[in-house]
Design a protein around this ligand. Structure first.
Ligand code: ATP
Length: 306
């Protein structure tokens, strides 16, 4: 990586002018910069991820020493269970995901998967065990097939199709000019937000990791797309240990535990019904979302009447 990094840095000088055409690379740059922060121990073993249980114990972290972002975050996800993280913007939700992926090392405390501190294992094995469905999926300027296979490069065509069906995007791909061979991305066919998300789901289904991290899209999709995506998501998460960053609380009412994060601290935790009874920040967020929904419904009805 260090060898690669030098010419890429040089390239960075010219980078701004042509930035538009290099969204994929931009993403790679980000990854490489972040990977600089963390180095495998010389004899680091691979992670043995059998069941995918996750333990955060007293995790404290800051991107710089002056500012602590996460403070004493402790939680545990049993194998196959789902937890959701909610909270205001800037609370540290994505930071938790980045730490689990080990883009950074914790300042103090520990993140443990199936009994192994993630600091002690190889990053490659750690990342193999974790699938990510991000808010906004970056596509390579490549065929749609390649973009899905990216989840597991050696998958064969029938596996790609199976994953696409499961992610509810197969039928859509058949309508593309060259079907699975259609070029997508900045220089090819542009996909909608919902379609890109389904590509990410198909990738993750192919990868079949023990742990799935899901960063729910903030922008609402239309209701039927939304329902299909929810169904695809529940297929990708079935029997996996799942952490969801949720923006729409209606999607997490069945989560095994909900963590409410504010200013880097867990201020409430529990299941949906319990948190509503607590009448704290979660209840406030829930009521706000209900109000917004009602507002939208009223507006829709008015438009309809007009
Ligand atoms: P959102 O819901 O808006 O995505 P979040 O809860 O996911 O917010 P994080 O992205 O985890 O919040 O950010 C937590 C804090 O860390 C914020 O104050 C943010 O400005 C800061 N932060 C995030 N990334 C970096 C970084 N690479 N370097 C320095 N500070 C950062």
């Amino acid at each position: 990586i260090i060898q690669l990094y030098v010419p890429l840095n040089w390239f960075g000088t010219y980078y701004r002018q042509i930035q538009k055409n290099f969204v994929d690379m931009e993403n790679m740059f980000e990854l490489m910069k972040e990977e600089q922060e963390v180095i495998d121990a010389p004899d680091a073993p691979d992670l043995v991820c059998s069941r995918g249980g996750i333990d955060f114990s007293n995790v404290t972290f800051g991107y710089s020493p002056e500012k602590t972002i996460l403070k004493n975050v402790t939680f545990n996800v049993s194998p196959g269970k789902t937890i959701a993280i909610v909270g205001p913007s800037g609370a540290g939700k994505s930071t938790i995901m980045r730490l689990l992926f080990r883009f950074y090392d914790v300042t103090s405390g520990a993140i443990v998967i199936d009994g192994q501190n993630i600091k002690t294992v190889t990053q490659a094995s750690l990342r193999k065990a974790i699938g990510v469905v991000p808010q906004d999926t970056v596509l390579f300027n490549q065929t749609i097939k390649y973009n899905i296979k990216y989840g597991r490069i050696n998958a064969d065509d029938s596996e790609v199709i199976l994953a696409s069906r499961s992610a509810d995007i197969h039928e859509k791909i058949l309508t593309f000019p060259q079907q699975y061979e259609t070029q997508v991305g900045e220089r090819g066919l542009r996909l909608s937000g919902g379609e890109k998300q389904r590509v990410a789901i198909a990738r993750t289904i192919l990868k079949s990791p023990q742990i799935v991290l899901l960063d729910e899209a903030t922008s609402a999709l239309d209701t039927s797309t939304e329902r299909n995506i929810q169904a695809a998501l529940s297929r990708v998460c079935a029997n996996k240990t799942t952490i969801i960053i949720a923006h729409r609380l209606s999607t997490i009412i069945h989560a095994d535990e909900i963590l409410v994060l504010k200013d880097g601290e867990i201020i409430e935790r529990g299941r949906h019904e319990f948190l509503l009874e607590e009448n704290g920040l979660y209840a406030e967020m829930w009521n706000q979302q209900l109000k917004n929904l009602e507002g939208e419904k009223l507006r829709d009805e008015k438009v309809f009447e007009e």
